[in-house]
Structures are given as C-alpha cells and as structure tokens.
Design a protein around this ligand. Structure first.
Ligand code: ZN
Length: 150
C-alpha cells in the first residue's frame, strides 16, 4: 500500500520545442539536413538583432533549427570558433515565458536577458546561462499568439 501526495503542479516546460544546431554555412547545411531528414526547410528567417540566419525543419512533431552567423561578432560565430559546429541549444516550449523566467530566477538560474526577446519562428525567447545547466544552453520559448485569430 502506497500513499501518493497529489500536488496540482502546473506544467511549466511543455516539451522540447526544437533543438538548435550551429553551422558555418546555412545553405550547405540546409542541403545536408534536407538529405538527412528527407524534408526541405519549411522556413528560413534572419533574426538581425541576434546576428543569426535560421532554417527550420520538421520531422514528425520534432523541430530542428539550424543557425549560422550573420557576422563575425555574432554569438553563433564565436560559438563555432570555440566549439565547432554542433548542438547549440535545446529549446523548451512554455505557456507563459514571463512566469517561467521568474520561476527560473527564483531557483537560482542565470538568464541571459531580463526581458523576453523576439526570436525566430514567431516566438518570444529567453536563454538560460549554460554554466548553471551542466553546460547546456537552454532556451525557453513561447509562441506569439496571433491576436486576430485568438
Ligand atoms: Zn532556438
């Protein structure tokens, strides 16, 4: 006989929204991932404020984001210089990014921005410093709701 204490905990991180992969040449890597996954990128987008070009692939419900630098001082450029191409971040989908940022801060995590930023693929995003997450850069992202469609 076991006793279970039921707590109504709100789910904070819904799922892995995507995995971000840093690449040197977005066009070359788009061709490569198209061959690997058997589907073309469904979206390409530049986020000028972050210095990145992005391309998104969908396999089933799983999403891969390729990121390349738009300039030498882009965070992706310095990542590739230090670590080479490879997995750059893991992004989790959240319902309410501001609440989640507060929760993470309260738990001692260091956020890389004070406010959510506009990211690629219609998302509000915030990154968690990898020093506090076993070396993994974690992104939390919230879909920007289209007001006219509710
Ligand atoms: Zn991302």
């Amino acid at each position: 006989m076991h006793f279970y204490i039921c707590l109504t905990l709100k789910v904070m991180m819904n799922k892995i929204e995507h995995i971000g992969i840093a690449v040197k040449d977005l066009d070359l890597s788009c061709n490569l991932y198209e061959q690997l996954l058997g589907v073309p990128a469904y979206k390409k987008e530049t986020v000028a404020s972050e210095g990145v070009n992005t391309a998104f692939f969908l396999t089933g419900t799983n999403k891969i984001e390729l990121l390349s630098a738009t300039s030498e001082d882009s965070v992706i450029a310095s990542f590739v210089r230090k670590k080479g191409e490879g997995i750059h971040h893991i992004a989790f989908d959240v319902d309410d990014i501001c609440t989640e940022m507060e929760r993470l801060k309260a738990n001692g995590f260091v956020l890389l921005s004070e406010e959510p930023k506009i990211g690629a693929d219609n998302k509000l995003v915030c990154f968690v410093h990898p020093k506090g997450t076993n070396g993994v850069l974690v992104e939390i992202c919230q879909e920007i709701k289209n007001k006219t469609n509710g």
